[in-house]
Structures are given as C-alpha cells and as structure tokens.
Design a protein around this ligand. Structure first.
Ligand code: ZN
Length: 249
C-alpha cells in the first residue's frame, strides 16, 4: 500500500542487513532503488528480479561529477540499452557542499538528461542550493517525466516545477517541526502530482528521526501528507502509488 519512490537500499549501510530491510517493508508495494555506483546497481538487479514491486534508477550523482568520465557514461548507457533501469537518477546539481565545479556538474546533468530523452526514461532530480540553474536546465532540455526528489523548496518553485511534466516527491523532512514550507507546499500541490519517498538510509522521519532510515518508514511520510491535506490515509496511499506507477507508462 505504501510507495517509496527513492531509497538507497543497496548502499553499503542498508545492504549489510538487506534481508531484514526487505522483510520490514511488507506494506511497501512499490519501491524504486536508487543507485549511485555500478556496484549498487548490480546489487539491485537480483532484488528486482525476485520481486516486481521494485524498480531501479541509476545515474551519476552531481557531487561525483569531477570523477565521471566518458567510460562511466558508457557503462550507464549499456544498462539503459539492456533495459535494466526504469529511471535515470538521481541526477541534478548540488551546490551545497562545493561550488567550485558547478560547470562540470551542469555538463554532466545535461548529458544525462539527453541520455534519458533518447531512451524515453523518466529522470529523478537532486536539486540542492541550485534551484535557478537546475530549473533552467530542465526547462531547456528535459523531455521525459521528472521526479523532483525530496522536495524542500518554496511554493513558488513548486508551482514552477508543476508546469513541467513532473511529480513532487516528499520525504522525511516534512515531518520535522522546522519544515516551515512543507505544509504549504503539500496543501498547494494537487494530490495527483504527489509521491512519497524515504531517501533512506538518510532523513528518517519523526518518530524515527536520528535512526537509520529504511523504506518501511515511508508510512510516516504518507500519514503526514494525509494529515496536511486532510484526506484519508488509505486514499492518499492509493493515489500516490498510482501517481508513481503512471511515471513509467
Ligand atoms: Zn537519494
């Protein structure tokens, strides 16, 4: 019944207890595993093979842009050509940690958007302290469906995002007391454009805040959305899952 559109269950931290993580997420009926390395991607393949509730996303992360060569892009292209991934991501721009290679990030971002366009794959967007550049690039280049992952921007930015062929994905931070913009964004976002995620192992929602996050905890995100929108939780979950599955149609 729950949907986790974005989790890193094949990263080392969660993969070392993967059987337990998957066992715990029995109520999560749709899930996308986000891979940022070839190793994480290879771990995800058999998980999806065993259970079709899993989808796989892979892309080169903006923070790694300096290390990414044509060889890396070719490896990713091979997975696309073999129909092994459902979504290209997470890709985007992250100016939070380091602004010394913004141009390299932009170049990598545009290259990967073009790869997604050619394969008609949706893209999952990581946008941190880079709203203007990120939105400009998406407007100019993106031709496939866009997932705004872990959205934490303003209502204004969200409205701009909604003009594109996109869905807005909310994560654990919407449950935090200091998430000032989240209630307004959720209220202003049509329910048909909302999806849920954990971004686990990061950003555990209240009441698990501070613990290692995992897909099972997406339930707290869904509950919070139902609360903000004053809608029945079951209805929200069904709608969110439908919104998520529609991305891949
Ligand atoms: Zn992520």
């Amino acid at each position: 019944m729950y949907t986790d559109s974005h989790c890193h269950i094949t990263c080392d931290d969660l993969y070392q207890r993967i059987d337990e993580v998957i066992e715990n997420m029995k109520d999560v009926s749709s899930c996308m595993i986000m891979c940022t390395t070839e190793e994480e991607f290879k771990r995800a393949l058999p998980i999806k093979d065993k259970d079709p509730k899993f989808k796989i996303a892979w892309g080169w992360f903006p923070g790694d842009a300096k290390k990414i060569t044509d060889t890396h892009l070719a490896i990713l292209q091979k997975a696309i050509d073999q129909n092994q991934i459902d979504c290209l991501g997470e890709i985007g721009l992250d100016y939070y940690w380091d602004t010394s290679f913004n141009d390299i990030q932009k170049e990598l971002f545009i290259k990967q958007i073009k790869m997604a366009n050619a394969a008609n794959l949706p893209i999952a967007i990581h946008m941190r302290e880079s709203t203007k550049d990120c939105m400009d690039i998406l407007k100019e280049y993106a031709k496939t469906k866009i997932i705004f992952h872990c959205f934490s921007g303003s209502v204004e930015t969200m409205k701009e995002a909604l003009k594109m062929n996109s869905v807005i994905s909310f994560a654990g931070p919407i449950t935090y007391k200091n998430a000032r913009q989240a209630p307004d964004c959720i209220k202003a976002c049509p329910i048909e454009r909302i999806i849920t995620e954990t971004d686990s192992p990061y950003l555990a929602p209240v009441p698990k805040r501070g613990k290692q996050n995992e897909p099972a905890y997406v339930a707290y995100v869904a509950k919070k959305i139902a609360e903000f929108k004053e809608l029945d939780e079951q209805f929200v979950c069904e709608q969110v899952e439908q919104n998520f599955l529609n991305i891949f149609k």
